[in-house]
Design a protein around this ligand. Structure first.
Ligand SMILES: Nc1ncnc2c1ncn2[C@@H]1O[C@H](COP(=O)(O)OP(=O)(O)OP(=O)(O)O)[C@@H](O)[C@H]1O
Length: 314
């Protein structure tokens, strides 16, 4: 498959062992061109490891990986120019100004400029996009944590990548910076056809951004689908709570409207404190992570969790 094909990332049975510890135990998924895919999972699940393997920074212990049609471990410069990376770690160029640093990184991409993908991104426009225009002439060491993170994002996209990896890009962002970042991701995806794989622990962010969500747990992908598809796999999508006869009740259903209609028809005025709540991604995530077999999870076994028990009196 060439780098313009529809499959951008293909990971098949990827394994990773650090010393005697298996971190990835057969990770398989694919990402198509133009998709925004969010990789979720508990601390230590192996998200960064997975992303580093896809970036070509780490060799897997086993399995097969293709990114933009190539094995990332052998990706040459033109391949690397198509891949943008926003790492979790911070680099030290403290004395440089924001503008200098962005221009320096941008200059690496100039040889790979093409009419349909002019490279690098113009510095002024880029700093505007990430909300750093007013900091352009400030030294990097004088930026706040959140501003440095914005700079990381700017450096990740300065080459107008076809594929962008972001590892916890919004850690430390204030709510405005977070919203601006979400706009930027939509823009990159919608207007520049950039394929995006990102990790986050913010489930609201995942829900807003993701065309598709992958959940990594116990060394495997335990869920793969849109937020709505995942919610459907876990339980009914709607939770109805009410009081009757002095007791609190809760019921999970796929059709909240029909259930409430029937409930009111049966019990009428006996029903009080009625609440109808759609299953959130957080409910889904917690249920999926808890119920996955998690073969590599160490420590106490987690209870198998049914997100909402049927007609359970509270
Ligand atoms: N270079 C390394 N040598 C040994 N173990 C490592 C190395 N890098 C990561 N690990 C271990 O591999 C596991 C997965 O780490 P990884 O950073 O990929 O998880 P993560 O899902 O990104 O976690 P977080 O959400 O906390 O960022 C962890 O238990 C970690 O301690």
């Amino acid at each position: 498959m060439d780098s313009r094909g529809s499959v951008v990332i293909e990971a098949t049975d990827v394994r990773m062992r650090y010393g005697t510890t298996d971190v990835l135990d057969g990770v398989t998924f694919r990402v198509d061109r133009g998709e925004v895919v969010v990789l979720l999972g508990p601390n230590g699940a192996g998200k960064t490891t997975t992303i580093e393997i896809l970036e070509g920074f780490r060799l897997p212990s086993g399995g097969r990986v293709r990114v933009l049609g190539q094995d990332p471990a052998r990706g040459e410069e033109s391949w690397r120019a198509d891949v943008g990376v926003v790492l979790q770690s911070w680099r030290d160029h403290g004395r440089w100004t924001v503008r200098e640093l962005v221009e320096q990184f941008g200059s690496y991409y100039r040889p790979y400029s093409a009419p349909e993908r002019p490279r690098p991104y113009p510095t002024g426009e880029l700093l505007e996009r990430v909300g750093l225009a007013e900091r352009a002439d400030q030294q990097v060491k004088k930026l706040s944590g959140g501003q440095r993170r914005r700079l990381d994002v700017a450096i990740g996209i300065v080459g107008r990548p076809r594929l962008l990896f972001l590892d916890e890009p919004t850690a430390g962002f204030d709510p405005v910076a977070r919203r601006d970042f979400h706009d930027l991701i939509h823009r990159l995806s919608d207007l520049e056809d950039t394929t995006i794989l990102l990790t986050t622990h913010d489930l609201g962010e995942a829900e807003k951004l993701a065309d598709r969500i992958l959940i990594l747990d116990g060394g495997r992908i335990v869920a793969d689908g849109s937020a709505e598809q995942l919610a459907r796999q876990v339980a009914g999508r709607t939770e109805v709570r009410w009081s009757a006869d002095g007791e609190r009740h809760v019921h999970a259903t796929s059709d909240g409207t029909a259930f409430v209609r029937d409930l009111l028809a049966r019990l009428g005025e006996e029903v009080s404190d009625l609440e109808v709540r759609r299953t959130t991604l957080e409910d889904t995530y917690l249920a999926m992570v808890a119920r996955s077999d998690a073969p590599l999870r160490h420590g106490a076994a987690l209870p198998s969790l049914s997100p909402v028990s049927q007609e359970e009196a509270r």
